[in-house]
Design a protein around this ligand. Structure first.
Ligand code: HPA
Length: 403
């Protein structure tokens, strides 16, 4: 992604005014707020070193004095050999006003640029929950606290949501530690066959993972927000990579039953969002992370496995589609159809978690073959594609954890 030119220009304009008689190291920080206004600050040194102030802190002061408190984008401009990131204190200062998904551009006058975000800079920010009475673990959200009681050191690098019939992956985990959803406060349980309702932490391909065996579906009559406890738990445990898997129907004859497809984008026809009620205009221009997709694509190539990319269209269900709906969805640009995944992907992006999606194709969509569709068929067919999906994940995980 390119550097936002207006932020960079604002940073260049003020950087010259940095007050740095001792270090001669001028830094500019620029904040774009939710209203679109830009506020800039520079570092201000003092002969008594601890009294100096970073550029980010200065910019925050300017923003607050202007009556604004919601940061939408951050840019830091500094010279030196390496790109400069906000210091630890300023990460926490920014976190007061910036959501985890807020982009942070680290820029150098010579044109070098790195785009990161608040979630990556400060995965375990000190938050309001830490201020309530009691020990930090008592104040932490309950499901995470329950896991930390048994596994204090748990640090999953990748979270995986296992779709219908795909739960068998957990049998391959080393050092598995299972938690029933019923024992995780706030977790709704799923009554759908093929969904066990368990979270299993362990290691796969030597990567610490957390696997959700079973998920909530909107067709169970729950609001989309019912998926939030699961995604929040991923975030609470410090995990910033999420692989969503599902069983799906294929709209493309060249991607038949038994195939695995990499989700490139989605179309949400579920009529709801997990963010309803908490207005947040999170951008969804690249929900399915390009780096994670590239890692999965390369792993598939190493295995000699076809991995066609496709657009996943989510319906509410629980009924399967009509042939006319499938024809309509094809004209909308869909390659896959299913009843899950998109709410989880939206919530994850909202929290700054990077997402990948894999569909195990269990059938050609309605009307493409003479057969009537059924959930039993989905479960049986998921085993074939599920085996492939398992091999793919096992092969990709070490690189996914680093991507
Ligand atoms: N449609 C909707 N959801 C599905 C399908 C389908 O054809 N197959 C598996 N899940």
């Amino acid at each position: 992604m390119s550097v936002p030119a207006d932020l960079l220009a604002a940073a260049k304009a003020v950087r010259e005014r940095a007050f740095v008689p001792y270090s001669h190291f001028p830094v500019a920080a620029v904040l774009r707020t939710a209203s679109g206004r830009i506020h800039a600050g520079v570092n201000v040194e003092n002969v008594a070193y601890p009294q100096s102030q970073c550029a980010e802190a200065s910019a925050i002061g300017v923003m607050v004095a202007a009556g604004e408190t919601r940061i939408a984008e951050v840019l830091v401009l500094a010279g030196g050999e390496r790109l400069i990131a906000p210091c630890g204190g300023c990460r926490q200062r920014l976190a007061e006003f910036a959501a985890p998904e807020v982009p942070v551009h680290l820029c150098h006058p010579d044109g070098r640029h790195l785009r990161t975000d608040m979630a990556e800079l400060l995965p375990h920010a000190f938050g309001p929950g830490h201020l309530s009475a009691g020990t930090p673990s008592a104040a932490a959200p309950d499901a995470a606290a329950r896991i930390r009681t048994r596994l204090p050191q748990a640090a999953p690098a990748v979270a995986i949501v296992l779709g219908s019939g795909l739960g068998g992956l957990v049998d391959e985990l080393e050092q598995p530690e299972a938690f029933d959803y019923a024992d995780l406060p706030g977790f709704p349980t799923s009554g759908v066959p093929g969904h066990a309702g368990r979270l299993v932490l362990g290691r796969l391909s030597d990567v610490p993972v957390m696997c959700f065996q079973g998920r909530v579906h909107l067709y169970e009559g729950r609001p989309a927000a019912a998926i939030l406890p699961m995604i929040r738990l991923v975030h609470e445990l410090g995990c910033r990579r999420l692989v969503l898997t599902n069983a799906a129907g294929s709209l493309r004859p060249d991607v038949p039953e038994g195939a695995v497809s990499l989700i490139a984008d989605h179309i949400n026809l579920q009529g709801s969002s997990p963010l309803v009620g908490g207005p947040n205009f999170v951008g969804l221009t690249s929900v399915y992370d390009p780096s994670l997709r590239s890692v999965l694509g390369k792993a598939a190539a190493r295995l000699g496995m076809e991995l066609p990319e496709g657009v996943y269209l989510a319906v509410l269900g629980p009924q399967f589609e009509t042939p006319a709906e499938i024809r309509a969805f094809r004209t909308l640009g869909a390659d896959l159809v299913g009843m899950s995944t998109v709410a989880e992907a939206i919530a994850a992006r909202h929290l700054g978690i990077r997402v990948a999606g894999l569909s195990a194709v269990t059938n050609l969509a309605a009307g493409m073959t003479p057969a009537e569709l059924s959930h039993n068929h989905t479960l049986a067919a998921a085993k074939v594609a599920g085996d492939k999906l398992r091999r793919l994940l096992a092969a990709a995980l070490p690189d996914l954890a680093r991507a």
